[in-house]
Design a protein around this ligand. Structure first.
Ligand code: SF4
Length: 178
């Protein structure tokens, strides 16, 4: 983990309830730990980041991608992370840097593709932003993309909203390879 917490406040999320600010390790500290593990364990070639979202801080992400890419010279590796749409839609070009740094699988929180529900959830995203991120991930060469985190079954989501949502899902989620 490179961080704890999240700078967003989606109403359904435990991070919103905890109300603690995001705490992030320095890039140097994270890279040093990755290097240590790569040297210690000969079989190791994959990192699974468990942060709520790895992409909220553009400067941090830029530095991390540069240093992780350099770390590949010691031993090739790939990694998985979770990411939020709001941050990535402001910097979709970061996905290419992330892939160059070893990213091959990513998960984003879509929750709904209905504008009204996104507003209720305080998601700070729109269906257009989701499409921007999905397309950027596809263009960057992300091999597997998990975006099916649709909140289904909450009491506010009526049959009408689910019916409106259904046709939009393939257009958002049909692009990625995995
Ligand atoms: S962006 Fe993700 S981790 Fe952050 S509050 Fe929203 S659902 Fe939780």
């Amino acid at each position: 983990m490179s961080s704890r917490g999240c700078s967003y406040h989606c109403v359904f999320c435990h991070e919103s309830a905890l109300k603690r600010p995001m705490r992030q390790r320095s890039v140097g500290n994270v890279i040093a730990e990755m290097k240590c593990f790569l040297l210690k364990y000969p079989q190791l070639n994959y990192f699974n980041f468990c942060d709520d979202t790895l992409v909220t801080n553009p400067r941090w992400l830029d530095d991390f991608c540069r240093e992780a890419k350099a770390l590949q010279a010691i031993k090739p590796f790939q990694f998985y992370c979770e990411a939020d749409v709001a941050s990535l839609s402001r910097q979709p070009e970061a996905l290419k840097l992330m892939v160059d740094a070893g990213l091959n699988r990513i998960q984003i929180g879509i929750e709904s593709v209905d504008k009204d529900m996104l507003k209720i959830y305080l998601k700070n995203i729109s269906p257009e932003m989701v499409e921007t991120v999905v397309k950027a991930a596809y263009d960057a060469g992300v091999q597997q993309f998990f975006g099916a985190l649709l909140v289904v079954g909450d009491p506010l989501k009526t049959g009408n909203i689910l019916r409106r949502t259904r046709p939009l899902v393939p257009s958002c989620c049909g692009l990625p390879r995995g």
